[in-house]
Design a protein around this ligand. Structure first.
Ligand code: URP
Ligand code: ZN
Ligand code: ZN
Length: 463
C-alpha cells in the first residue's frame, strides 16, 4: 500500500520545511505542500518531525568475545535499532588472523541475512594484511564494502604503523575510507600490568590504564602515518579533548580527518567508575568514559560542525554472566556497552532540546553524513524524490525514562538507566512500510543488505 505523510516538518541536514511526502513502493516519489490524496493510506504527521532514517555507523552484533558472544545478535540488535529510529546499521565484519577478507565477509552475511529488522552494511576490520588481503580489496569494493577498521589496540587485532601506511594507501586507491581505533595498545598493556601489580583489580582501574594520553598519542601516530600516505582517515569513537586537539591541528594543515564520537562520550563522566563494588563494570568499554572537559569539548565540536558522525559502538554484554568474567580482574571484563536503541532519543534530548546543537546538525551526524561518508547518499540519508523511503516520524513532545525493563536490547542492563528523554521515534518506515510504531516492531526481519559505493569525502559540512 502506498503512503502519503501529511502535515509534518521535514528535517534534513540543511533545513526544516513543512511538506508532505508521497511514497510509492519503497521510494519517495513526491514532495510538496498540500499534496492531493490519490487513494493511498494517509499518515497524519501534524506536530511531528520527519527525518531520513538514522544510520548507526558503529555496531558489533554477534561478536565472539572468547568464552561467549555479545548479548545482542542481528535479530535483537536490529529490532532495538529500529524502534529507536535507526533504519540501518554498519556493523564490523572482523577478519580473524589467518582468515581471508572474503571469509570474514561471508561469516557476517550469515549472521545478518534473514535476521535483520533494519538495513545493514559492513565495515571490514583488517587484522591480517598480506598479498592476498591486498588483492581482496577489489572484491570487497565489488561486494559493496568500501569502509574498513584498523585497531591500534587489542593484541589479536592490532596493526602497526608500517602496515597502517600500506593499508591506508591501498584503500585510498579503492575510493574507500579507513576508521581507526586510536589507543596505543602497547602502552595500555603496560599500564594494565602496572595496576595489577599494585593489586588494583576492580573496574575502577580500567580508565587509569587507558588515560586520555593513550588516545591522543595514537591519534597523533595515526595522523602522521595518514599524512605520509596522503590518505583521508576516520577516527572512530573519539573520546578526549586531547585527541580532538590533535585532529584540529592536523586539519589546520589541510589534512582530511573525519571524526566519529558516541553518545557515551557526550553524556556520561568517568565518575561512574567510582560506583560501589563491581557496579562500575557496566561502564567498562574502550576508550573509557572521560571527564567533564572532554564532554564539553565534544559538544562544542559538534556545534561547530567538526564531528562528522555519531555511532554507538554498541557492543553489549550482560552484567551477570558476562561482565562478571572480570570480577577479580578488571582486564578480563569484556569491553563494550549497549546503546543502539537509545542513541536518537538521547541525542535529541540532550543535544537538540537543550540547544547544544540544531535539529539539522542532529540529522547530519546521525543520518546524512554517515550516508555520504559511507557511500550510500542520496539513496539513504536524504528526503528527496528517488531516495529510499526509510523515514522516522519523530514525536518531539514524547516524554519518557530509559530503563532496561522496557528495552529490546538483550543486555540485562542499560548504562543509561534513569535518563529522561524528550522525543522519540513515533513511527519508523523501512522501505515504505511502517516497521515500528510507538516502541513496537510491527514488521520483523525485513532489513536488507546495503551494497555501498565509493565514500564521499567532500561535501560533508566538515572537511
Ligand atoms: O569497548 C568497546 N568499545 N568494545 C568494542 C570494540 C571496539 O573497540 O570498538
Ligand atoms: Zn574500537
Ligand atoms: Zn567498536
Amino acid at each position: 500500500m502506498d503512503l502519503l505523510i501529511k502535515g509534518g516538518t521535514i528535517v534534513t541536514a540543511e533545513k526544516s520545511t513543512g511538506m508532505d511526502i508521497r511514497i510509492e513502493g519503497d521510494k519517495i516519489t513526491e514532495l510538496g505542500c498540500n499534496l492531493p490524496v490519490k487513494g493511498e493510506k494517509v499518515i497524519d504527521a501534524t506536530g511531528k518531525l520527519i527525518f531520513p532514517g538514522f544510520i548507526d555507523t558503529h555496531t558489533h552484533f554477534d561478536l565472539d568475545a572468547g568464552d561467549f558472544f555479545t548479548a545482542d545478535d542481528f535479530e535483537s540488535g536490529t529490532k532495538a535499532a529500529l524502534v529507536g529510529g535507526t533504519t540501518m546499521v554498519l556493523d564490523f565484519a572482523t577478519q580473524n588472523r589467518g582468515e581471508t577478507l572474503k571469509e570474514a565477509l561471508l561469516n557476517w552475511h550469515k549472521k545478518a541475512e534473514g535476521n535483520s529488522s533494519c538495513h545493514y552494511g559492513f565495515h571490514m576490520s583488517i587484522s591480517d594484511w598480506n598479498e592476498i588481503t591486498k588483492r581482496e580489496l577489489k572484491e570487497m569494493t565489488a561486494a559493496g564494502v568500501t569502509s574498513y577498521k584498523l585497531y591500534m589496540a587489542y593484541d589479536n587485532l592490532k596493526v602497526h604503523a608500517g602496515i597502517m601506511y600500506e593499508i591506508l594507501k591501498a584503500v585510498k586507491e579503492e575510493g574507500g575510507i579507513i576508521g581507526v581505533h586510536c589507543e596505543n595498545g602497547d602502552l595500555v598493556n603496560t599500564l594494565i600490568r602496572e595496576q595489577k601489580a599494585l593489586g588494583h583489580l576492580s573496574p575502577k582501574w580500567h580508565p587509569i590504564s587507558r588515560p586520555a594520553e593513550v588516545e591522543a598519542e595514537a591519534v597523533n601516530q595515526l595522523l602522521t602515518v595518514a599524512k605520509l600516505a596522503e590518505a583521508p582517515v576516520n577516527i572512530v569513537h573519539l573520546s578526549t579533548k586531547k585527541g580532538y586537539q590533535v585532529v584540529e591541528a592536523a586539519r589546520a594543515t589541510g589534512q582530511q580527518v573525519f571524526v566519529e564520537t558516541c553518545p557515551q562520550y557526550l553524556l556520561m563522566e568517568d565518575s561512574r567508575y567510582e560506583l560501589d563494588g563491581f557496579e562500575s563494570a557496566k561502564y567498562v568499554l574502550s576508550p573509557p568514559l572521560r571527564k567533564k572537559e572532554d564532554i564539553e569539548c565534544l559538544w562544542k565540536a559538534w556545534k561547530d560542525d567538526k564531528i562528522d558522525t555519531i555511532g554507538t559502538d554498541h557492543c553489549s554484554f550482560h552484567y551477570k554472566g558476562q561482565k562478571d568474567r572480570g570480577i577479580h580482574d578488571f582486564s578480563k571484563i569484556p569491553n563494550g556497552i549497549p546503546g543502539v536503541e537509545h542513541r536518537p532519543a538521547l541525542l535529541y534530548t540532550y543535544g537538540v532540546t537543550e540547544q547544544k546543537i540544531t535539529a539539522e546538525q542532529f540529522c547530519a551526524a546521525l543520518s546524512t553524513n554517515p550516508a555520504k561518508l559511507f557511500g550510500m547518499y542520496p539513496q539513504k540519508g536524504a528526503i528527496e524524490v528517488g531516495s529510499d523511503a526509510d523515514l522516522v516520524i519523530w514525536d518531539p513532545e514524547y516524554r519518557g525514562i530509559i530503563t532496561a525493563g522496557e528495552q529490546l536490547q538483550k543486555a540485562d542492563y542499560t548504562p543509561y538507566e534513569g535518563f529522561a528523554v524528550t522525543g522519540r521515534a513515533d513511527k519508523v518506515l523501512l522501505q515504505g512500510k511502517v516497521a515500528a510504531d510507538q516502541g513496537k516492531v510491527t514488521i520483523e526481519k525485513a532489513g536488507r543488505y546495503v551494497h555501498r559505493g565509493p565514500c564521499q569525502k567532500t561535501g560533508l559540512k566538515v572537511e
